[in-house]
Design a protein around this ligand. Structure first.
Ligand code: IMP
Length: 180
């Protein structure tokens, strides 16, 4: 296995292997299978970063469920709570549904805060967030709904397994951290 790689103009070293990711995913899926057995949850992946996590997670989910994806635009301007974003493709039938939002990483929490505001307008029965990564030191807008976390990581930049550096590196199998 290559332990260091280059993505664009930066060097990265391995942080979390694909094997560890898949082991963790099995445990999270087992928890979801137990907690949502009769609830027909709808998983909504936040693109682009969640595409691999969503695919691997859903292969381990074995209860009746629905799958959808949505996207948040890059910022349109700045407000006191961070960047103003626009949500595309959020399913429109969320009333009384049990929603699980699937994210690659929660950093400041501003993206999810914005998405959750839009989600609650539709009066779902329940909303929880499942994020592969969480940077506790970076959070500025705490997310009550953050229930399932793959790995807590320090406040460092990571790439791979869906996460990008300037749109590169999403296809990497493992998660890598910047070498400072
Ligand atoms: P937040 O709104 O600050 O929580 O940022 C969430 C989004 O920022 C994620 O969905 C990622 O797209 C991006 N992001 C945050 N930290 C990283 C990182 O370390 N590597 C790659 N993307 C990141």
């Amino acid at each position: 296995m290559m332990n260091t790689i280059e993505v664009g103009d930066r060097k990265f070293e391995i942080s979390i292997t694909n094997e560890r990711i898949n082991e963790r995913i099995k445990l999270i899926a087992a928890q979801i299978n137990a907690e949502y057995e009769d609830k027909r949850p709808i998983f909504v992946g936040v693109l682009n970063g969640s595409f691999l996590f969503m695919a691997d997670l859903l292969k381990e989910v074995n209860i009746p469920c629905e799958v959808a994806f949505m996207k948040v635009s890059s910022y349109k301007g700045t407000t006191s709570s961070g960047e103003m974003k626009e949500v595309f493709g959020l399913p429109e039938n969320l009333k009384d549904r049990n929603l699980i939002l699937v994210e690659d990483i929660v950093d400041t929490g501003f993206t999810l805060k914005y998405i959750l505001e839009k989600v609650y307008l539709q009066q779902p029965a329940s909303v929880r967030v499942c994020s592969l990564l969480f940077k506790p030191e970076a959070i500025l807008s705490p997310i009550q709904e953050l229930e399932y976390i793959g790995f807590e990581i320090p406040n460092e930049f990571v790439v791979g397994y869906g996460l990008d550096y300037d749109e590169l590196g999403r296809n990497l199998k493992h998660i890598y951290r910047t070498i400072s």
